[in-house]
Design a protein around this ligand. Structure first.
Ligand SMILES: Nc1ncnc2c1ncn2[C@@H]1O[C@H](COP(=O)(O)OP(=O)(O)OP(=O)(O)O)[C@@H](O)[C@H]1O
Length: 280
């Protein structure tokens, strides 16, 4: 397993961002799901070796970040939630700048690698354009390009599709699926459909801990036999659908009929049932 995390705890003041989190991830795309504030960004930053945990252990690519941070960083690609781009740079200049920071000293090989990753994310045509003149979707692709420099074995993506339109999101799915071939990709997202379409594995975080680790199919399975349409509006897990009927999770309301669950149904049910009684 390229990522093995056990009992990770990270506190900001008195607030537990992560509270004894454990999980593993191997080759392919692992999705991190969880409500706002669950601890996804904190976890990604720990995996990126940007932050150190207060307690717990991590093994990344077979190494310990507490003692071998440099060696891990050389095999790691990271797209932060809010990448700070130098907007006056062209695409090429920016990716080249990151390549220099990644210690790619030889200019010719470095430039070849910069062109390769820019091409990989479909930005070859705008390589000479200034970042400030690009769309949000193109800027997000620059984030992926810089993370792929040097062909890392572990790639960390923190909400890479936030704010993208549907067409761009679908293009991103292809990009992320390709990135997950033969390497470990950890993808933090709020897009459950992306997880369902892309991820071999999903980890659900809640209040700084892991409440689920399995396949998207297993997550969907949690709502098997517990998803209903029609009937009255009843309970907190009842919502409107586009067809004008109610969709209910859990016990069936009177007059409802069974429905095929989705990954989102399993996720919503899990979050509700994993909540401490006091917060329901
Ligand atoms: N630098 C910080 N200082 C203080 N508290 C922080 C800091 N970073 C995160 N937190 C707190 O830690 C908790 C976890 O935050 P984190 O950003 O990791 O969650 P998240 O799952 O990524 O949320 P989102 O989905 O909204 O991005 C939150 O309660 C947050 O307010």
């Amino acid at each position: 397993m390229s990522v093995v995390v056990e009992g990770l705890t990270k506190t900001y003041g008195r607030r537990h961002a992560l509270d004894g989190l454990s999980f593993t991830a191997g080759t392919g795309v692992t999705g991190l799901l969880g409500p706002n504030g669950a601890g996804k960004t904190t976890l990604i930053r720990l995996l990126a070796t940007v932050l150190a945990p207060d307690r717990g252990t991590m093994r990344l690519l077979g190494r310990d970040p507490a003692t071998e941070r440099q060696a891990i960083r050389r095999r790691l690609g990271y797209v932060p939630q809010e990448p700070g781009y130098h907007r006056g740079f062209t695409v090429f200049e920016f990716v080249d700048y990151v390549a220099i920071l990644k210690e790619m000293a030889d200019r010719r090989t470095r430039h070849d690698e910069v062109r390769r990753v820019i091409d990989e994310v479909g930005l070859a045509d705008v390589s000479g354009r200034r970042i400030r003149a690009l769309s949000g979707g193109m800027r997000r692709r620059i984030g992926i390009a810089q993370a792929l420099l040097g062909d890392p074995e572990l790639v960390l993506l923190d909400e890479p599709t936030a704010g993208l339109d549907s067409e761009q999101r679908l293009r991103f799915r292809d990009l992320i699926a390709r990135a997950g071939e033969g390497r470990t990709v950890i993808l933090s997202t709020h897009q459950i459909e992306d997880v369902a379409a892309l991820c071999a594995k999903v980890v659900v975080l809640k209040d700084g801990g892991s409440v689920f680790e399995g396949t998207p199919k297993e997550l969907r399975g949690l709502a098997e036999g517990r998803t209903w349409v029609g009937g009255r509006k009843e309970g907190p897990l009842c919502r409107h659908t586009g067809e004008g009927v109610f969709r209910t999770l859990g016990d069936p309301p009177p007059g409802a009929r069974p429905a095929e669950p989705t990954v989102e149904d399993g996720y919503l049910l899990l979050l509700h049932e994993a909540a401490p009684a006091a917060t329901r």
